[in-house]
Write a protein that binds this ligand. Structure first.
Ligand code: SF4
Length: 286
């Protein structure tokens, strides 16, 4: 029996940075300490942050006029940071530098008077941060057809456009959208803003999923990059399962004819949980 982990597994750099920034410095933050949403999209980290006595809020109306507000790894638009400071709170900014980079690219393209097409999920915090930085004037889409439904042929020929992506979207889909749009839009500036931590993980599962009898993707369902890994794996192998922890492993997955298992994990999954899944699998196979 072979049990392998993917080469890239567990916290990416941006998640590690946000997690360490809060874990190591939390004693020095001016109380009360608030966080604007989830530090990263992982149920274990969310619970840990709660255990540290940090209060999660959905918006600024839920805070008092003093204390600290933590900005999560997904970022927020600059105007929200200003509002937090104006209210009297100190800001701890745990935004991933890759997200800051995408926001900067969005602003650059917007300042060139381009209509910004943002490949992403409009409900995701990172996408709200990107769009908020350009006065919410970007066009966020998840499927190519939405562009053709919203812009006429004449618009596509005459107007200037920019194209960027949420950091955790599928790289192959972004490339194919880019190729089609290049043929339809006369003036299009494309910035590939998918994060390397995302596409390296996607590439690895694309190359390996079909070679194993069973593939386990460890991550929370609220994590976009985890869902992408699961989707890619499932497209290549019917025996791919998404689990949040070792308790979700099912005995029937390990019955008869399983000789190889691949374990991969989303970019916000702590090593401790990955190791517990690994140990539990070994016990099941004894
Ligand atoms: S996946 Fe990339 S963009 Fe997202 S937190 Fe990690 S390093 Fe940052």
């Amino acid at each position: 029996m072979r049990i392998d982990k993917t080469r890239k597994i567990g916290f990416c750099q941006g998640v590690r940075r946000a997690y360490d920034m809060v874990r190591e410095n939390r004693k020095f933050f001016k109380p009360p300490v608030y966080i604007l949403g989830d530090l990263v999209h992982n149920t274990y980290v969310i619970q840990e942050v709660k255990n540290w006595g940090i209060k999660r809020v959905g918006d600024l109306s839920e805070t008092g006029y003093e204390g600290t507000m933590i900005i999560t790894a997904h970022g927020v638009s600059p105007d929200i940071i200003e509002k937090i400071k104006t209210k009297g709170l100190e800001v701890v900014d745990a935004t991933c530098p890759r997200v800051t980079f995408v926001i900067q690219k969005a602003v650059e393209l917007f300042n060139q008077d381009r209509i910004l097409l943002v490949f992403g999920n409009k409900e995701h915090k990172e996408v709200k941060a990107i769009n908020g930085a350009i006065e919410n004037k970007g066009f966020v889409f998840a499927e190519l057809k939405e562009i053709f439904q919203n812009f006429s042929q004449a618009d596509l020929r005459r107007k200037k456009f920019g194209l960027i992506s949420q950091t955790t979207r599928n790289i192959d889909k972004f490339k194919s959208i880019s190729e089609i749009l290049k043929k339809k839009i006369r003036d299009l500036e494309i910035q590939d803003t998918i994060c390397p931590a995302t596409y390296e993980r996607q590439k690895e599962i694309s190359m390996k999923a079909a070679q194993y009898d069973l593939v386990l993707v460890i991550g929370s369902e609220i994590s976009q990059n985890t869902k992408e890994l699961f989707k890619i794996g499932k497209g290549l192998n019917s025996n791919v399962y998404l689990i949040d922890n070792e308790r979700e492993l099912k005995d029937e997955w390990f019955l008869g004819g399983i000789d190889s298992i691949l374990i991969c994990a989303g970019a916000s999954m702590p090593d401790a949980v990955i190791n517990r899944v690994f140990e539990q699998i070994k016990k099941k196979l004894k």
